[in-house]
Design a protein around this ligand. Sequence first.
Ligand code: GTP
Length: 335
Amino acid sequence: MHAVVLVGGFGTRLRPLTFSTPKPLLPIANVRQLEHLIAALGTAGVTEVVLAIGFKPQPFLDAFPDGVCAGVALHYAVEPEPLDTAGAIAFAARHAGISDTFIVMNGDILCDVDLTALVAFHKAHDAEGTLHLTPVDDPSQYGVVEIDADGWVQRFVEKPQPGETSSNVVNAGTYVLEPAVLDRIPENQKMSIERVVFPAMVADSRLAAMATDDYWIDTGRPDTYLQANLDLIDGSRSRILSSVGVNAHVAASASITHSVIGDNCVVEDGCVVSDSVLLPGAHIGARVRLERSLVMGSVGDGASLVDCVVGLDGHVSPNASLVGVKVPDPSEVAN
Ligand code: GTP
């Protein structure tokens, strides 16, 4: 079976980290997000993953030079220009010659849904497409999906007002699709699958949906990206990964609590690091205090960072005291 993984977004909300690394290639507990995702697809019997790349293919080619990720063969489909979600799925599927039932996944989610069960649900319904749904605490921030007792989608309610719907399940970013869906998407045209194609399928009563309450997180924001990392080291999930990467140098006098230290990081004497993620190659000077922060670049001696994001080109001055700051400030960086 084929899967299309959407990796062509701009990752705006995770800037400045995504200035240097596309979101799906950022590590989650020292393993690239894409590897987590493709490993799950491989377990469900996917033998070829088509990466739908909207722009900048090189980082993906460099990351997997032999064209294999987590034991699964990769096929690269680079759009002439970013085609939005439906345009990207159709471009990728045509590029790879997909002619049978296939899975689609957003490249910025992590979840434990049983993909084999999702495909079985889709086939049992003889649906044209099947969505995976997940419950959320505050539906007012999302596009909520209403389904009937048989598992068919009835309607989408975008950012519902209180009382507008009794549903609290949202599109979780994984789909099973029949190739017939491609007939709804013109070639090389920008189109959203969520806003255009799925509503058309609902109108034809051809879109099913399966809700599960397994672990699920959209890693696209700094707070959720941080959370996804910590969930994999502290036992919140069924798997526990190592919190320290290879060739990391952590001074014996540094205190590290509930944090991920990436490959080739340096943490000098007397640092106090908690609930934070150091990305590969980060350099943390002596006596630095880091709390709930993401660091790719360098932090000078004696600095204090709370709720901060430091990109690859970010250099925090010695003794700086920053709260809720992005370094460099994405709004001041030319793309
Ligand atoms: P933000 O800029 O922070 O909103 O991130 P994003 O654009 O990466 O994420 P969004 O949630 O809007 O996109 C959902 C999924 O679709 C992500 O996995 C994106 O990588 C992917 N995606 C969005 N637009 C495109 C596109 O034009 N082409 C391709 N190939 N993928 C896309």
